[in-house]
Design a protein around this ligand. Structure first.
Ligand code: PLP
Length: 474
C-alpha cells in the first residue's frame, strides 16, 4: 500500500520514534562494524558536527550574498586545503569549490577540462584516459558531458601504467586521471610519471584524492613514507578531496581544487536571459544547505593538523594490525600493496562472496568487488577497537565458507549492485535471481545452483546487466 499524506499531523515524539526505528537495519557503523560508506572517528566529534550543522542547516549556500558567513567558511576551507595540497596559486580562494561530495568535485573537474578542450579543438569530442580502477564517476562525467573514455589496464600491482597511458595520448585527449589512492584496492597511482606525460603533452591531469585527500598528508606528517600525490607534483592540474571521507565531516562535503583559477572558471555556468534575473552557478547542484559547510569548517578548526594526524595514525595502525592478522590465513590474499588505510582481500581457494555473507551474519558490513572477486575494507580511526574481534570472526567465517559448496555465488553479479541500497544479502540475492530469471526466461525458483551462473560476462556484453541494475535502482 502506498503511503498516504497524513491528514492530521503526528506528535513530534512519535515521528522521532519512527525515525529511530527506521535505523534498525542500518549498517552498524557506530561500533566500528562497517567497513564502507561511513567514516567515523570519535563520538564526541559527532556532537560538534551536529551542533555546527544545525546552526546552518536552513541557510542556503546558493547565494553567497545572502549568507556571507557560509561564503567565508567555504573560502577558508579552500585556503586551508590549498596549503595542505601545496597549491602554489596566487589567490588560493579562487582555486577551489566546496561541493556536495566526491562525485560533484569530479564532475566539475571533468567539465572544466572539457571546456578547456573545446576551446582548443572546437567541434571535437574529447577523451579521458583512465585505468580500470578509477572511480565510476569519471564514466558518469563522460556520459553527462559527451566525452569518450579511453580505459587502460592496470598492472599486476593494480597501478595505472604510465606506458599504457602514454600509448593512448592523442590530439583528442582532454584529461588524464590518476587516483590517490584508488577506492577498490587502495593503491596510489604513479602520479609523478603520469604528471610528466601530462606536462609533455600539455594535457590537464586530475588526481582523484577523494578518499585519500584527508588522510595521506596526515600519514606523511605522522612519519609514513608515501609518494607525493598533490600539486607539489608537476603536471597535476586539479585534485578532488572529500571532507566527508577521512576528513570525518558530515556527508555533503568535498573540495575540488585547480592549479589555475581559469580552469575553475571553466566549471562555472551562467544564464543571462531568464525572466527571474541574471543567473550564475558554480555547482552542479542549485540550493545547498549551509550545514555541511559549517560542520566541516568546525571540525577542521577543532582538530587542526595535530588532531587529524592523530586520527590518521590511529586508522593506519588499525589497518596494519588487520593486515598482519590476515597474513595468518593462507586462504586470503591482499591485492597489490596498499599504502594507506584501504585494502581488498581475494582468495584462490574460497568464495569471497560466501565469506562476506558469513561475516555479515556476524554483524559486519563489507563491500563486494569484482575483477577479481574481492572484499573491500576502509579502515578508519573507529576500527582501532574492533581489530581483534574482527579477526576472530574472520577465522570462523573462513571455516564456514570452506564447508559450503562454493562456486555459485561468486559468479553472481551480486557485487555489482552493492551500494545501491542496503538490502539483506538474501533479499538481494533473491531479487537478482528473480530479475535475472525473468530476463533470461528461466525458472524463478530452484536451488542456488540454478543454471544461471557464469553468465555475468555475457549479460554485461548484451547490456542486460545494466538493465538489471536499473531495475534495482528503480
Ligand atoms: C576514489 C573515489 N573517488 C570518488 C568517489 C565518489 O565520492 P562520493 O561518493 O562522495 O560522491 C569515491 C567514493 O568512495 C572514491 O573513493
Amino acid at each position: 500500500m502506498p503511503t498516504s499524506f497524513p491528514q492530521k499531523g503526528r506528535p513530534k515524539s512519535e515521528v522521532l520514534r519512527e525515525l529511530r526505528s527506521l535505523q534498525k537495519d542500518d549498517a552498524d557503523w557506530q561500533r566500528g562494524r562497517c567497513f564502507a560508506y561511513v567514516y567515523q572517528a570519535r563520538d564526541e566529534l559527532n556532537e560538534l558536527l551536529r551542533e555546527a550543522y544545525q546552526l546552518y542547516a536552513k541557510a542556503n549556500a546558493v547565494n553567497p550574498g545572502a549568507f556571507p558567513g557560509i561564503k567565508r567558511m567555504e573560502r577558508q576551507l579552500i585556503e586551508m586545503a590549498a596549503e595542505l595540497f601545496h597549491l602554489p596559486a596566487q589567490d588560493p580562494a579562487k582555486a577551489g569549490t566546496f561541493t556536495s561530495g566526491g562525485s560533484e568535485s569530479i564532475l566539475l573537474a571533468v567539465l572544466a577540462a572539457r571546456e578547456h578542450f573545446r576551446q582548443k579543438r572546437p567541434g571535437k569530442q574529447g577523451e579521458i584516459i583512465l585505468s580500470a580502477t578509477a572511480h565510476p564517476t569519471f564514466h558518469k562525467a563522460a556520459h553527462y558531458f559527451d566525452l569518450k573514455i579511453v580505459q587502460t589496464p592496470v598492472n599486476s600491482a593494480f597501478k595505472t601504467s604510465p606506458e599504457a597511458v602514454q600509448a593512448q595520448i592523442s590530439e583528442n585527449t582532454a584529461l588524464i586521471v590518476a587516483s590517490a589512492p584508488s577506492f577498490p584496492q587502495g593503491i596510489i597511482d604513479p602520479i609523478e610519471e603520469l604528471g610528466q606525460i601530462a606536462l609533455q603533452h600539455d594535457i590537464p591531469m586530475h588526481v582523484d584524492a577523494c578518499v585519500g585527500g584527508f588522510i595521506l598528508p596526515f600519514l606523511k606528517r605522522g612519519g609514513v613514507e608515501l609518494p607525493d600525490f598533490d600539486f607539489s607534483v608537476p603536471g597535476v592540474t586539479s585534485l578532488s578531496a572529500d571532507l566527508h571521507k577521512y576528513g570525518y565531516a558530515d556527508k555533503g562535503a568535498s573540495l575540488v581544487l585547480f592549479r589555475d583559477s581559469f580552469m575553475r572558471r571553466n566549471s562555472f555556468f551562467t544564464f543571462t536571459s531568464w525572466t527571474g534575473g541574471l543567473y550564475g552557478s558554480t555547482h552542479i547542484t542549485g540550493s545547498r544547505s549551509g550545514g555541511p559547510v559549517a560542520a566541516a569548517w568546525a571540525l577542521l578548526q577543532h582538530l587542526g593538523m595535530e588532531g587529524y594526524t592523530r586520527l590518521a595514525m590511529q586508522a593506519y595502525t588499525a589497518c596494519r594490525q588487520m593486515l598482519r592478522g590476515i597474513e595468518q590465513f593462507p586462504e586470503l590474499q591482499v591485492l597489490g600493496r596498499p599504502q594507506a588505510t584501504l585494502f581488498a582481500l581475494a582468495s584462490d581457494s574460497l568464495n569471497v562472496y560466501e565469506l562476506a555473507d558469513e561475516l555479515s551474519l556476524q554483524g559486519w558490513y563489507i563491500d563486494r568487488q569484482q575483477s577479481p572477486p574481492s572484499l573491500h575494507f576502509n579502515i578508519t580511526a573507529a576500527h582501532e577497537t574492533v581489530v581483534e574481534p574482527f579477526l576472530q570472526d574472520l577465522a570462523k567465517a573462513i571455516e564456514k565458507s570452506k564447508k559450503r559448496s562454493g562456486g555459485f555465488r561468486q559468479k553472481w553479479p551480486l557485487h555489482l549492485v552493492n551500494g545501491l541500497q542496503r538490502l539483506l544479502p538474501e533479499t538481494l540475492f533473491s531479487k537478482l535471481r528473480h530479475g535475472l530469471a525473468s530476463r533470461l526466461s528461466v525458472p524463478k525458483s530452484g536451488s542456488r545452483s540454478a543454471p544461471l551462473y557464469g553468465m555475468t560476462e555475457s549479460l554485461k556484453k548484451s547490456g542486460q546487466l545494466d538493465e538489471l541494475i536499473k531495475d534495482l535502482l528503480e
